[in-house]
Design a protein around this ligand. Structure first.
Ligand code: DC
Length: 220
């Protein structure tokens, strides 16, 4: 069984997907982490995302590896564990920009499909239900109000000791939503056969239970 969870940033996709993976034993792949790893590489190498031939060279020479044998999964960039580094605030906007590039999407989608083909799995991202796994048995489009998403991200960053502003985070989310929804290739969009869940007033457990009900129904 394949489960696709798509939606805008901060809607709770990865939290829900991780919990479901734990409950069901299914493999979980955070596809956003892959775009983030590549964004980190462009940052480290000082590569402009407008320089497509340089980006293509990076794609050819970069190794992105996912270790799903540990929870939470670890991501390696050219052998280095970058699981924390890719979550830095400045990488989020860069990941959104990098993810709009055609060669980047082609390469990472291929890798995502290769990983997903191996077992039952839950993938979260922006284009899983529409493009990466169009035949997924369960497709969820997880949304929440921008205020709630900004609040969640703000609290998450504060816990990590980040001295950030709620308003800045909210504006960053608005810009990222716009970019992710309006890019030319595989924009963030609800698949026609996806079920929309609005998590604004729901707990993580409530959202997970709703998806578990769908899994049980699918298995019948
Ligand atoms: O889910 P995230 O915030 O970690 O994703 C980082 C960026 O990567 C996001 O702004 C859009 C992009 N992304 C994408 O285009 N397609 C995916 N399947 C996953 C993420």
């Amino acid at each position: 069984m394949k489960i696709a969870i798509d939606g805008p940033s901060g809607a709770g996709k990865s939290t829900i997907a991780k919990l479901l993976a734990k409950k069901t034993g299914m493999l979980y792949l955070d596809t956003g982490a892959m775009y983030r790893a590549l964004a980190l590489k462009t940052y480290k190498t000082n590569t402009s995302i407008d320089d497509i031939s340089a980006i293509e060279k990076i794609l050819d020479s970069t190794q992105i590896e996912i270790d799903n044998s540990v929870v939470p999964m670890r991501i390696y960039l050219d052998g280095e564990d970058v699981s924390e580094a890719i979550r830095e605030h400045h990488i989020s906007a860069l990941a959104s920009a990098v993810s709009a590039l055609k060669p980047v999407r082609e390469k990472l989608v291929e890798l995502q499909r290769y990983i997903a083909a191996k077992s039952d799995c839950i993938l979260d991202g922006r284009d899983i239900g529409t493009h990466v796994l169009p035949d997924a048995e369960i497709k969820i489009f997880l949304v929440a109000s921008v205020e709630e998403r900004a609040k969640r991200r703000y609290e998450e960053l504060r816990v990590k000791g980040c001295d950030c502003e709620y308003e800045t985070i909210k504006q960053d989310i608005i810009i990222r939503d716009y970019n992710d929804m309006n890019r030319q290739i595989s924009p963030l969009k609800k698949a026609d056969d996806a079920i929309e869940i609005d998590s604004t007033f729901m707990t993580v457990e409530e959202v997970a239970s709703e998806i578990e009900r769908l899994i049980a129904k699918e298995k019948r």
